[in-house]
Design a protein around this ligand. Structure first.
Ligand code: ADP
Ligand code: MG
Length: 356
């Protein structure tokens, strides 16, 4: 097993009565692109700042590359940080900004020039070293900030909503470039965002933060398809959360009585307790289903359909007395019409039992 690149051991940060970060432990493997994802105020920046050295934890320890750094200032840590507001020197040139960081790291002059040219190429700004920062667009400034951070060859790069100020198209483009750069240099990236689409498109591992705690952690596909809690299910895109009562348990499965019938899901819950099941809109399928691998959810009355190009978004009311609101995403050419009835089934393995 490789030693973690970054390890947080039970770190907390209190600001008076406010608990910004609450007993977080986290281990990050070298070379991973990790995204801290959560709503505004959930503690993402505080966690990142404790790794970068801008905030000292109230309790707990921070290790980078095996070294205890909890009380070291940012400049003494093997990390570099890219902020949303770039934090560039506006009166300096592009090369001046990058070179300044390198001189702070005591890199000799000839090597500074060579490294500056190399990182400018990497972020798509070759030949622009002589430009003034004030002459650049927002996207270009963020590229300079990224180049400056990469140039010092940190063992971990910290990025706090670095794309937050950019418009959508440039954001998407920069997301792809960021992952490309990370793959190329192989440095561990820890990237903060509140945008779940951004997280899914760039992360190897997503760490979902809520109220200063880690709510869930894993590869994007797992987090999306098998969220562990109601919060993760609703924060990571849309979902159908179905409430039911736990019944018999066997072979690692629970039977759950729901208004859509008797369903089964992997996991455990005490008999008689209320539980929540999660199904993504694209996991609700048309037709009665067949065989052991699927479970019928009965029929539902379509209330609305919206054509969205690559799929048809369908709202329907299902269950006894049609009281359960359902959201489906089906094939764009499916014959689904408002007012008509549809049969719905799901694959057994798509039903996720949520922890509350
Ligand atoms: P996020 O980056 O997820 O939006 P933050 O880490 O910035 O969240 O903040 C987490 C919580 O800690 C919030 O309630 C915020 O108001 C509080 N907080 C952050 N920094 C300070 C500070 N310097 N003083 C007091 N409260 C703070
Ligand atoms: Mg923040």
């Amino acid at each position: 097993m490789t030693a973690p690149q970054v390890e947080l051991r039970t770190i907390s940060k209190h600001y008076g009565p406010v608990v910004a970060v609450d007993d977080v432990s986290l281990s990050i493997t070298p070379g991973e692109f990790v995204v801290l994802l959560g709503p505004s105020g959930s503690g993402k920046t505080t966690i990142l700042s404790m790794i970068g050295g801008f905030v000292t934890p109230t309790s707990g320890e921070v290790f980078i590359a095996g070294q205890l750094v909890t009380h070291l200032p940012p400049a003494k840590r093997p990390s570099a940080t890219v902020f949303q507001d770039y934090a560039l020197f506006p009166h300096m040139t592009v090369a001046g900004n990058i070179g300044f960081g390198l001189s702070m790291h005591k890199v000799a002059k000839p090597e500074r020039k060579q490294r500056t040219d190399s990182v400018l190429g990497m972020v798509g700004l070759e030949g622009m070293g002589g430009r003034g920062v004030h002459e650049l667009s927002g996207g270009q400034r963020q590229r300079v900030a990224l180049a400056r951070a990469i140039a010092v060859q940190p063992s971990v790069l910290l990025l706090d909503e670095p794309l937050g100020a950019l418009d959508l198209k440039i954001r998407r483009q920069m997301q792809e470039e960021l992952t490309g750069i990370q793959r190329k240099i192989g440095t561990t990236f820890i990237h903060v965002t509140h945008d779940q689409e951004e997280a899914m498109s760039i992360a190897d591992i997503i760490v979902v933060i809520n109220h200063g705690k880690i709510e869930d952690m894993g590869p994007p596909q797992r987090i999306y398809r098998h969220p562990t809690t109601c919060f993760v299910a609703s924060f990571m895109g849309e979902s159908n959360v179905i409430t039911g009562t736990a019944r018999a348990r066997q072979n690692g499965e629970v039977q759950v009585d729901t208004p859509l019938g008797n369903l089964r899901a992997e996991g455990d819950a005490e008999e008689g307790t209320e539980v929540h099941l999660c199904l993504r809109p694209e996991q609700l399928r048309l037709g009665p289903g067949d065989g052991d691998e699927t479970i019928s959810l009965g029929s539902a009355t379509v209330s609305e359909t919206i054509f969205q190009g690559n799929h048809l978004r369908v709202r329907a009311q299902g269950g006894a007395n049609n009281q359960v609101r359902l959201l489906l995403e089906v094939e764009p050419d499916a014959e689904v019409v408002a007012g008509r009835s549809i049969d719905i089934h799901v694959r057994m393995k798509d039903i996720v039992l949520l922890k509350d």
